[in-house]
Design a protein around this ligand. Structure first.
Ligand SMILES: NC(=O)c1ccc[n+]([C@@H]2O[C@H](COP(=O)([O-])OP(=O)(O)OC[C@H]3O[C@@H](n4cnc5c(N)ncnc54)[C@H](O)[C@@H]3O)[C@@H](O)[C@H]2O)c1
Length: 430
């Protein structure tokens, strides 16, 4: 398969490396596209393979020329979120299939464009929900789908982002809703996708609250950071700020972003306490599903640890899962937690709670990324996927609808009926 990649920042390399190192006989990156020549050059050099013509590079303004000249079968989209839809539609129209990073898009109007273009062209988009593929999460799917706890009635789901990972969304493009949809879309698309998949259902009603409680000027003052600057590189109090991102001390960040700043003014280290940040860091939603189940969901972006906690209540009992992905930050080591940091417990009514042995795997995102890449780039050599983990525009669409409805609920203070929201825009997800 001939592949073109658009958006050559940090995430694109997962795809480029996997194609070049794991599947060189099956696929080839023939072209790359970015609006930043510096990052584009680094990406193309890294992806070029001996004995080939190398990787052709195109400025963002020449995306359509790239497709016409290089004739890729598939376009991988790893740009900022608000650009996904336009590239999906243009790739479809040019006869390509798409592999798109999450979230598929960020709002209703662009969702409509994608669904209409998909129907018109018959092309496919694969949204890369890597979390579905981690062995621990697949095991939960297996237990729920086989009726272990009976009919699922209620769920409590909390996701904690720590002060390193969480803070990163407040430094750059993610920090405005028009770029990312806010964390309820950008980040929660993973979590709401997991809920849709685990429950084998879709949301019907969403009521949410959200606030920026931590990444704001008052917190900087509380931490003694008066006189803070616009960005870490020039901040007079950076040395005493736990949130400093020193790009000059990190070879990768320096090469990819700091050296590229002059070309597009993309500063990767804006102050996380800025007044003009437009997204929330503390969000809660109450969701009703078509199956009848209900869920309480919490996302915070400044936790002292990173990971998830979930409890499923069912007619036969309870299933509990907790995964500490990262142990402590600040004043301690930020360490990726090991095997003993994943718990799954089954408590059937009338029986003692039982610890379930959780399978583990190597690789990013709890071993999820390599498995997902295998299914994308070499499906014939993988086990048939009994869990339906591949996600198309329908799953991609449903995964953002909970967050879009939650954003609307925060704005209006009312519960949002999801079907009414879709009908108002004449959006059909099929
Ligand atoms: N699934 C996951 O676990 C995961 C992890 C990280 C990122 N992501 C997703 O990957 C995507 C990229 O994230 P990132 O962290 O690499 O961002 P990034 O900012 O590091 O990279 C984005 C790249 O897109 C380029 N770009 C900007 N405008 C462009 C345009 N008009 N045309 C072409 N290129 C343009 C930028 O120059 C940059 O090189 C996002 O959608 C993000 O949600 C997913």
């Amino acid at each position: 398969m001939k592949i073109a990649i658009v958006g050559c920042g940090s995430r694109h390399s997962m795809f480029a490396q996997s194609i070049g190192e794991d599947y060189p006989d099956k696929h080839e990156v023939v072209a790359m596209c970015d609006n930043n020549p510096h990052r584009l050059g680094i990406a193309a050099a890294a992806a070029s393979r001996a004995g080939t013509n190398g990787v052709a590079t195109y400025d963002a303004s020449a995306f359509d020329d790239m497709i016409a000249e290089q004739k890729p079968d598939t376009v991988v989209i790893t740009t900022p979120d608000f650009l996904h839809a336009d590239y999906i539609v243009r790739a479809f129209e040019a006869g390509c299939d798409v592999i798109c990073e999450k979230p598929m898009t960020i709002d209703l109007s662009s969702l409509k464009q994608i669904t209409e273009a998909q129907r018109r062209t018959g092309r496919q988009v694969r949204v890369t929900f890597n979390y579905r593929y981690s062995p621990a999460r697949t095991q939960i799917k297996d237990m729920l789908a086989s009726g272990t706890i009976g009919t699922i009635t209620a769920v409590d789901f909390r996701w904690h982002l720590d002060r390193v990972h969480g803070a990163d969304y407040f430094r750059r493009w993610h920090r405005q809703k028009e770029n990312s949809g806010g964390l309820l879309v950008h980040k929660s698309t993973h979590h709401f996708d997991l809920l849709n998949w685990w429950l084998a259902s879709t949301p019907t009603k969403v009521m949410a609250t959200g606030q920026r409680a931590f990444y704001r000027p008052e917190t900087a003052v509380e931490f003694g950071l008066e006189g803070r600057g616009e960005r870490c590189a020039t901040c007079p109090v950076a040395a005493k700020c736990d949130f400093e991102l020193d790009m000059d001390a990190d070879a990768n960040l320096h090469a990819l972003y700091r050296q590229a700043e002059g070309e597009d003014g993309y500063f990767r280290d804006l102050c996380v306490f800025d007044e003009d940040i437009g997204i929330e860091d503390t969000m809660q939603a109450h969701i009703t599903y078509g199956s009848g189940a209900t869920a309480n969901y919490t996302l915070t972006a400044y936790s002292p640890w990173e990971g998830l906690e979930i409890r499923f209540q069912g007619t036969k009992g309870e299933l509990i899962h907790k995964h500490i992905e990262v142990h402590g930050v600040f004043g301690g080591e930020r360490a990726h937690a090991g095997k003993d940091s994943v718990w799954t417990e089954l408590h059937l009514a009338g029986q003692k709670p039982e610890q379930i042995e959780v399978p583990v795997a190597e690789g990013h995102h709890g071993g999820a990324d390599p498995v997902m890449l295998g299914y994308i780039f070499d499906p014939d050599n993988m086990e048939p996927d009994a869990y339906g983990r591949a996600s198309d525009h329908v799953a991609g669409g449903w995964s953002i609808l909970t967050g879009i409805a939650a954003n609307l609920s925060i704005e209006t203070g009312s519960a949002v009926d999801v079907q009414t929201m879709l009908d108002t825009r004449a959006i059909t997800l099929a």
